[in-house]
Write a protein that binds this ligand. Sequence first.
Ligand code: SF4
Length: 92
Amino acid sequence: MAEQIKPGIEMVKEARISKKRAGYIEIDDFKNSDLKQGYYCYNCVYYVNALGGKCLIVHSRGKDCFGKNSDVIATFGYCPLWAPNHAMVKKK
Ligand code: SF4
């Protein structure tokens, strides 16, 4: 079964957009912030932490808008495609 869906998974991976095109940024000052409050990848519906910091729609490799190069989508990263993951956003 896994072999049957492998081409589909590869196609989805290739369809993702670059960090620069998405407007993705990582600001180190936000590393130790409360990630459940604010517009962070951590609480974005497209973020997949189980895979080591990936996004379903933005490539994890490459330079962000500030020219910073990393191989992950950081928990404290952000891009304008952010959409709330209501299970992760802190309730008041
Ligand atoms: S904010 Fe959401 S869509 Fe944008 S890079 Fe982070 S996880 Fe992906």
